[in-house]
Design a protein around this ligand. Sequence first.
Ligand SMILES: Cc1cc2nc3c(=O)[nH]c(=O)nc-3n(C[C@H](O)[C@H](O)[C@H](O)COP(=O)(O)OP(=O)(O)OC[C@H]3O[C@@H](n4cnc5c(N)ncnc54)[C@H](O)[C@@H]3O)c2cc1C
Length: 400
Amino acid sequence: MSLLYTKDHLEFYAGALDFAKRVVAPGLRERDAKAEADVSIYRKMGEEGYLGACIPEKYGGLGLDYHTLALLSDAFEYVDTSARVIVSVHNGLHSLALLQWGTEEQKQKFLVPVAQGKRIATFLLTEPAAGSDVAGLQCFAEKKGDRYVLNGEKIWISLSTVADQYLLMAYTDREKQKARDHHGISAFIVERAWKGVKPYELHGKLGVRAGVTGGVAFENVEIPAENMLGQADEGFKVAMSALDNGRYTVAAGCVGLMKASLDASVKYCNERTTFKKPIGKHQLVQQMIASMRQSIDAGELLVWKAGELKNKGVRNTRETGMAKWFATVAAQQCADHAIEIHGAYGFSNEFPVERFWRNSRGAVIYEGTKEVHQLMQAEYALGYREDAALRCELPAWPVK
Ligand SMILES: Cc1cc2nc3c(=O)[nH]c(=O)nc-3n(C[C@H](O)[C@H](O)[C@H](O)COP(=O)(O)OP(=O)(O)OC[C@H]3O[C@@H](n4cnc5c(N)ncnc54)[C@H](O)[C@@H]3O)c2cc1C
């Protein structure tokens, strides 16, 4: 019984968890150790409809609500962060931005195949010299007739070498770029197969080792003008509103990661004996277990609140940011407790908890570092920050 979710939600969650256990879990430990991704998993996710879960049926999706996106992220990350990352970049950051900002023609052309899982999509904001500091982007797309010519490089991009379609932010106004005025940034749909697009993989990652992370260089890449998402000065708003959806999936995924840390710890607490007692009977171990349970409950509530606002079509940048900040930091803490509870065995990949910790570490950094989120929350509380209405808002559910 759940006060937050309906029977249909819970059935969806159980189905997604079963899928992740059947499809993602086999061979995961080896893939993680060798830093290898199994891209056949993306195709199978598409076949199940997961890659278009909360995209309306008329655009090729399942037409489910935004809570479903959280439950999908939670279930996938329970098994491995690499599976949830696909939901974050493909569904959260890319597809929902198309639903929010795309013209009808763009939705038919770019959103339908992505929601059907026939094409994989991702999000390209970060650059070698600009992560948190988005106004510092170096990528530039120069207007030449009916096209833009793009030059520059993106880095730390999930699915860089496997996504067919990118949502990319670049300056289109030189004067505004010089002045660091983000109104000079535009958003584009770019295809990996185009001439001059050079994706590559990054190696030596601490976490998400069973997933692809890399960069993409762009050399005189010609983008048709009709591939601009939103208007010429709206790229920053497109990116930030996309992050409202990406961060939601990260927060929800971290709830799944906390549940995985707790479940592994509870199991071990009842298996391992010290001083003639199961370690779960030691109060200092109980303290860690209680703290994990507390973080899961609080994280779930924050995620649900953001999802409820999305369903109602209410702006949720503050609430989503709060959920992301809380859940990512809490997931790292839970994974750390899980390692502690496993003692030396937690330090080995014989148990999954060291992977949970390595995976949790990245989420504290991507989609806004914990420092950036703290600054945002302080500014809201102090009255220095307010969200102005957008020209295009994420549609309420059910989408008309
Ligand atoms: C596994 C992984 C996957 C990713 N996937 C994607 C993706 O798909 N697409 C994409 O576009 N990006 C992606 N990223 C990039 C990610 O979003 C950035 O790494 C993140 O935004 C931080 O930027 P940065 O790494 O340049 O750090 P920086 O911005 O250089 O920050 C460095 C440090 O300085 C702090 N700092 C910076 N500015 C301030 C300030 N004003 N006040 C206080 N502290 C500050 C930060 O909090 C941080 O601690 C991914 C990253 C990782 C690790």
